[in-house]
Design a protein around this ligand. Structure first.
Ligand code: SF4
Length: 227
């Protein structure tokens, strides 16, 4: 499998925010979201065998592992056996960040999936989310909307009401997009959408969702990699 990086930090988003975590970042993505903060994953990377990945994970001594990218499900042929092997070990909690464009039916149900639904501002909205993946969601899973503006919020609100509100999920996350060229300062003004506006809309609509700020972009400089 081709990886960009494998490192230990703390979870920056999701219901696991702040928890120490090993990140296994896969190379390549078949989407091109306008606000993507991982464009460095689109090309390159190094080949790893399953044994090499497992050895690196064991050396980091951390029970929480996130598979991310890029799009990890582009590597499903190698990733799914790796997931089964780590789950069989019994020591690990597994998470996966995915765009939801690839089919998720074969992902072990023990894996906590963080599934994006792309809003119009991503420039990938037309059919990028595979609607049949809704039936693969479990109570462990989280659905995330990255928002640039009010139009994105309206899209997310309508999608939540129509497709998610009745499903048992761990969380529905609303996350303001960050600027493509943020200041190196660790400040809220680097978010494209003012979180104060977003909170106001959520409360006004009584939306069953959770505000999610990417805390790693406040702990470190917003464009810092490997954190
Ligand atoms: S799916 Fe993720 S990695 Fe791919 S372009 Fe969108 S934000 Fe970037």
């Amino acid at each position: 499998m081709r990886l960009i990086e494998l490192y230990k930090s703390v979870q920056g988003e999701s219901t696991f925010t702040g928890v120490p975590c090993i990140f296994v970042r896969f190379a390549g993505c078949n989407l091109r979201c306008a606000w993507c903060d991982s464009t460095y994953t689109f090309h390159g990377g190094q080949p790893f065998t399953e044994d090499e990945v497992v050895a690196q994970i064991k050396a980091l001594h951390c029970p929480l592992i996130e598979f991310t990218g890029g799009e990890p499900m582009l590597h499903a042929r190698e990733l799914l056996p790796l997931m089964h092997r780590l789950l069989a070990d019994g020591r690990y909690t597994l998470m996966m960040e995915t765009s939801g464009e690839r089919p998720l039916g074969e992902v072990p149900t023990a894996v906590h999936k963080i599934v994006d639904v792309k809003c119009p501002g991503a420039g990938e909205a037309a059919g990028s989310f595979r609607m049949s993946n809704l039936d693969c969601l479990t109570p462990r899973d989280e659905v995330k909307f990255v928002l640039r503006d009010r139009r994105d919020y309206d899209f997310a609100r309508d999608f939540i009401r129509e497709h998610l509100a009745h499903r048992p999920l761990a969380a529905i996350l609303l996350s303001p997009a960050f600027l493509q060229s943020p200041s190196p300062l660790r400040i809220a003004d680097n978010m494209e959408l003012d979180a104060r506006d977003l909170v106001g809309w959520m409360l006004e609509d009584n939306l069953p969702a959770r505000l999610s700020l990417q805390i790693h972009k406040f702990i470190w400089e917003p464009q810092k990699k490997g954190v």
